[in-house]
Design a protein around this ligand. Structure first.
Ligand SMILES: [Zn+2]
Length: 120
């Protein structure tokens, strides 16, 4: 892949990273704005549910952030867009849809088939 395209992906990744961080910050301030002082137990249950939901999302965000950092690391190391499994170049359309991916479509399909076979 040429440098210009890599740079494009780098910008996409940095942008996503910023968006996730901004969203995470909003979540954190949402958790601490004192909304949990509801006298009504029904409301309290809703708040609890909301909080569990929020924490789950944050877990997902954390994982995604890690993947984005790893992708940025691959760009630094000059191995971005190369499949971890077979060493072939990952298709550009696939990278555009999912820039954090580390497998080409063939390897991912094969991995998913293996997982299915194991019943995971
Ligand atoms: Zn592959």
């Amino acid at each position: 892949m040429d440098k210009e395209k890599i740079e494009e992906f780098r910008q996409i990744l940095i942008e996503r990273r910023g968006a996730i961080l901004a969203e995470a910050e909003k979540t954190v301030s949402g958790l601490t704005d004192g909304k949990e002082n509801f006298p009504d137990p029904t409301d309290r249950a809703t708040v609890e549910w909301d909080r569990n939901f929020t924490l789950r999302i944050r877990d997902r965000e954390r994982k995604l952030l890690k993947k984005i950092d790893e992708a940025l690391g691959r760009i630094e190391n000059g191995v971005f867009g190369i499949c971890d499994d077979c060493g072939e170049e990952i298709g550009e359309a696939r990278l555009k849809a999912r820039p954090v991916t580390t497998q080409c479509i063939d390897c991912q399909t094969a991995a998913e088939a293996r997982e299915k076979a194991r019943g995971v």
